[in-house]
Each structure stands twice: as structure tokens, then as C-alpha cells.
Design a protein around this ligand. Sequence first.
Ligand code: BG6
Ligand code: MG
Length: 206
Amino acid sequence: QMKGAIFDLDGVIVDTAKYHYLAWRSLASELGFDFTEADNERLKGVSRMRSLDILLEIGRLEFTDAEKLAMADKKNRLYVEYISRLDEAELLPGVRSYLNRLHDSGIGIALGSASKNALFILDKLNIAGLFDAVVDGNKVSRAKPDPEVFLIASQELGLQPGECVVFEDAEAGVAAGKAAGMRVIGIGRPEVLGEADIVISGLHEL
Ligand code: BG6
Ligand code: MG
């Protein structure tokens, strides 16, 4: 019996991967190399600084920590410009009705995301009020596949891990949910999310 539902944000509630991609690509192009959509797959679910490390690995470039912080900042400013234009129309199919259904059944709803922009995005999508707890990149010190983000979310809901179900689109996120002792619904392709208990293509399927 599910008492709490914990949602990843990027790729589950909204497709922000395309904006992360545009912002990282623009940084790569400034640094003089190509960054493809296939490369971008490696950044899904990964923190901002780790994403930058992967990007620079692809470009075979090395920088000091201070330079890297400045680059991550620059990428984020561009990303925030993109997401400041988000609105409800960009909610992925089925999200609002599923959240409403959970809410009406008294199930606790939490966000478990690596993003430091999570609250801003929930506001833009006009769904912040539906969440009983928001655990994002500002609250968490260990990135997925570490279970920390989901364990804090279940605590904030006042529930045991085993009473919670995680919704995730990234391999590292599925692993984090399993490591937390939760059931995991994978959103995407079974080839990538094999560790999940079930895999669906989106919340509209539920
Ligand atoms: C995750 C995304 O949700 O958040 C990653 O899947 C992103 O692609 C990470 O890098 C951190 O996001 P932000 O908004 O803090 O840069
Ligand atoms: Mg995701």
C-alpha cells in the first residue's frame, strides 16, 4: 500500500533536459567543441558540477576549480533564462491529473530532485502547492545513486521508506530509489531502467 509518492523532476514532471542541453551546448561551443544530444544523455540525473566535469571530459579540457565554478554559473544563468519561460503547458502528459488523484486519496507527495532550480520550476508550472515536501539540490549532499534525497523525502512526509514509491527517469535515480528501500516506477525505456519494479512511458499511463 503506497502512502507516499516521491517524484524526480527533470524528465518525470517536465522535459527540462532540452534546456539543460541548449545551455551546456552553448558553453561547449564557446570553449570550441561540439556537444551532441547523445552526449547529453550522460548528464541526466547528474548534479551541475558533475555535469560540467563530464562536459569538459568530452572536450578534453581542464580548468581550475574557480574557473569551473564560473562556468557552471554561466551555464546556470542561461538555463534559468530558458526555464523562466516555462508554463503549465510544458507539464508532461498526465502529471497534473495524477498528482490531483494522489492528493485526493490522501497520499503524501514529495519531490526528490538533484536540481537547485526545483522550486523555481514547480512555481512556473503552477504545481508547487501540490507538494507536501520538496527535497532538492540545495538540501542534499550526496548525489543519486546515493539514496539520501529519497530518504530525506520520506522523512519529511513522516513515512517509512517501504511505504513510499519513487518515480524516476534516470538510471542513477532508479538505483537511488532501490537503495532507499523503496519501490520504483521507471519512466522511460525498459532497456535503460531495468532495475525499476515496473517501467512505463509516462504518468499518463497510470
Ligand atoms: C537533474 C537533471 O534533475 O538536476 C540534471 O537531470 C541536472 O541534468 C541536475 O544537471 C542539476 O540541476 P541544476 O538545475 O541544479 O543545475
Ligand atoms: Mg530525471
